[in-house]
Design a binder for this molecule. Structure first.
Ligand code: GLN
Length: 280
């Protein structure tokens, strides 16, 4: 029988509801409760005996039920942290992954110039473009996505963060992009095979297929990007892409077939081959 006027401590004890879907049940409860109360986590530990009003309890219980049905925390709170930036997220785009910070890190390593032009293909929330823009205020960054809702979301995030050096444009990869040249192209494209069982597990079930799934064993979009890149890169320009942990060899072959030099792969913190780059 649920308590009618539960305290913070009582609400946070309901871990068993989430144990089947989450290996961080207690943390999930804390994050959802902070979201409902619009307070930092420290508030929960300072005021455990505080009783919630009915509206907040209802809001919390609704979110808890959706989480118990598997919905990702980021879609419930509407935000996700990436490269220490708080980004708004919604079901039109992928939730930014910590793994993808490797693309940002590698880009910053490769291009140690104060001013540069960079293209982010398939920007989604804008995560990569906005992280780069926050680190390199003098770079000019174009972020494209083919999904209109993603373009709107990335633009909203850009405005929220006040990053003036990013332009968000709608384009299907290079298709609708005006001819121009960049020093570097970065992308986290869809790269999962449609039959991959991961698509039926966890958070991924709630994310849009357009951001996850690609034909030809997950390589179709990567191939389009590799084949189109030369026209948009200065001589010696870089292309770097995230890919699945078993795709590095295939991506290196595609880059070499396009005549790229200095083709190499970087591993993520889990030791998986996570991104591959080449120089045109
Ligand atoms: N790395 C993500 C996952 O495995 C997929 C990201 C993508 O397809 N670009 O869930």
């Amino acid at each position: 029988m649920p308590v009618e006027k539960p305290s913070i401590a009582e609400l946070l004890r309901q871990t068993s509801i989430l144990e089947a879907v989450s290996d961080s049940a207690r943390l999930d409860l804390e994050v959802l409760l902070c979201h409902v109360l619009k307070k930092p986590r420290s508030y929960l530990f300072t005021w455990p005996e505080k009783v919630l009003d009915q509206q907040s309890v209802k809001h919390f219980n609704d979110l808890l039920k959706r989480r118990a049905d598997g919905e990702p925390i980021a879609y419930l709170t509407g935000e996700k942290e990436f490269w220490s930036l708080s980004l708004e997220v919604n079901a039109a785009t992928l939730i930014p992954r910590p793994d993808t910070e490797l693309l940002v890190e590698t880009t910053l390593d490769l291009l140690d110039k104060a001013s540069s032009r960079v293209l982010d293909l398939g920007t989604g929330t804008g995560a990569i473009a906005l992280a780069l823009a926050s680190e390199r205020p003098a770079w000019e960054i174009i972020a494209v996505d083919t999904v209109a809702e993603a373009v709107a979301l990335a633009e909203k995030n850009r405005q929220r963060l006040g990053l003036e050096n990013v332009s968000v444009v709608r384009s299907d990869w290079f298709e609708d992009l005006a001819q121009q040249k960049f020093e570097l192209i970065v992308s986290n494209p869809p790269y999962i095979d449609a039959n991959d069982h991961h698509l039926n597990e966890g958070d991924v079930r709630f994310e849009p297929g357009s951001a996850l799934v690609s034909g030809n064993k997950g390589l179709a979009d990567i191939e389009v990007i590799i084949c189109g890149a030369r026209k948009y890169l200065n001589e010696g320009g870089y292309l770097l892409m995230e890919h699945g942990y078993q795709q590095a060899g295939a991506v290196r072959d595609l880059l070499r077939a396009e005549g790229c030099l200095q083709v190499s792969t970087r591993k993520d913190i889990a030791g998986h081959e996570r991104l591959t780059l080449g120089r045109f």
